[in-house]
Design a binder for this molecule. Structure first.
Ligand SMILES: NC(=O)c1ccc[n+]([C@@H]2O[C@H](COP(=O)([O-])OP(=O)(O)OC[C@H]3O[C@@H](n4cnc5c(N)ncnc54)[C@H](O)[C@@H]3O)[C@@H](O)[C@H]2O)c1
Length: 351
């Protein structure tokens, strides 16, 4: 399949691109590089630097590249920032997606895989979290994802529009060969932060609360390997070949691991001590979140390859320890916003 990967230079998107290539598909990436890295993509991956909200660019690309399906990873993803600046999140994540969808409609592309999030559920009533759990997000970020979920269903009721909403729990890990991995700035995810602390790159790792009602008092989350997410995307795209496909699927391993267990795993894998400092609980952090992935297993035949936290951490360690500065394509892109669809093959930071 010819796939448009929107936000494909980001963390999850770039790993999915590799999975798509490995499965024999042809990904074409569009990303504005506000957070992504051109270096996260192989030089031969067709790449357009642009904004998803720029309908004329997206329309041109969908036409020119004869795209059959869109996978949509582009978003701002910082939950805390979304509370402080909700408009920024609604403009990018909601309004941006509306324009992307309009470009799809204009060009007759009717298949979409959308990256949603477990944050759409808010504070859980019960665990594990299955698809029937009520969705009451507690942040504008989570709400921005739920708004798009709702819209997709409305669209599919009135036209032949097929979609798969994939709600990730905590994406984690890196490519098994260590070629690409996570490089966010700022970084807020626990595993890269714990690894950075072990490598003495920054300050000690902040542990937000050790008095939760969990076995060791720290919060528990469901860490799912990015390549397993990639495999779910590929299975979902196959499903979209069937008319009337409307999928809402929770993607996690189905096992919670605590902050303390993550720290222990990083110490075992790296052979280094993780310096830790205890901090106050953060607002809105539920003690435990983990998925019930059985529907994704049934519908997609999805089985995670990475079942154990330590194996996930090992892939992350391989990436971070060999790329301590992350991708080497850091450029100031704020002054170079493209205005028309320009396809870039290879090179770093070319605009
Ligand atoms: N990482 C996780 O644990 C996690 C969990 C749940 C859901 N998600 C969702 O998965 C998706 C990918 O997450 P990620 O961790 O890879 O984030 P990321 O920031 O690494 O990737 C997002 C990419 O989208 C691009 N982008 C943002 N706005 C854009 C726009 N308007 N036009 C074009 N490109 C734009 C960024 O430059 C970046 O490359 C996001 O939608 C996120 O909400 C991620």
């Amino acid at each position: 399949m010819k796939i448009l990967v929107v936000g494909g230079a980001g963390y999850v998107g770039s790993h999915c691109v590799r999975q798509m290539v490995a499965a024999g598909h042809q990904p074409v990436v569009v990303d504005n590089l506000v957070f992504g890295h051109r270096g996260a993509l192989a030089p031969d991956i067709p790449f357009y630097r642009g904004n998803m909200e720029d309908e004329s660019i997206i329309t041109d690309i969908l036409h020119q590249e004869q795209i059959e399906v869109v996978t949509h990873f582009a978003a701002f993803t910082y939950v805390g920032e979304s509370v402080e600046d909700p408009l920024k999140y609604y403009l990018n994540n909601v309004a941006g997606t509306l324009h992307l969808l309009n470009a799809m409609k204009r060009t007759g592309v009717n298949k979409l895989v959308f990256s949603s999030s477990c944050t759409t559920f808010g504070i859980p009533d019960f665990l594990p979290i299955g698809e029937t759990h009520k969705q009451v997000p507690i942040s504008p970020y989570g709400q921005s994802k739920l708004d798009i979920e709702t819209l997709l269903l409305s669209l599919a009721k009135v036209e032949d529009f097929r979609f798969a909403v994939l709600r990730y729990f905590n994406a984690a890990g890196a490519a098994e060969d260590g070629a690409i991995g996570e490089d966010h700035d700022p970084e807020t995810h626990l595993i890269p932060l714990a690894i950075a602390a072990a490598m003495r790159k920054g300050k000690a790792l902040k542990v937000f609360g050790a008095d939760y009602p969990t076995p060791d008092g720290t919060c528990q989350r469901d860490y799912v390997h990015v390549d397993d997410l990639g495999r779910a995307h590929i299975a979902a795209m196959e499903k979209l070949k069937e008319p009337n496909t409307r999928l809402f699927l929770n993607l996690g391993v189905g096992k919670p691991y605590s902050v303390r267990e993550v720290i222990d795993a990083v110490e075992r894998v790296s052979g280094k001590k993780v310096p830790v400092v205890l901090a106050e609980r953060r607002d809105g952090d539920p003690p435990t979140l983990f998925a019930d992935p059985s529907l994704a297993k049934d519908v997609l035949g999805w089985e995670v390859k990475f079942n154990h936290l330590e194996d996930i951490v090992a892939t992350a360690w391989k990436w971070h320890s060999t790329h301590p500065a992350g991708f080497d394509d850091k450029v100031d892109i704020t002054r170079h916003k493209g205005t028309k669809a320009q396809r870039h093959k290879g090179g770093r930071g070319r605009t």
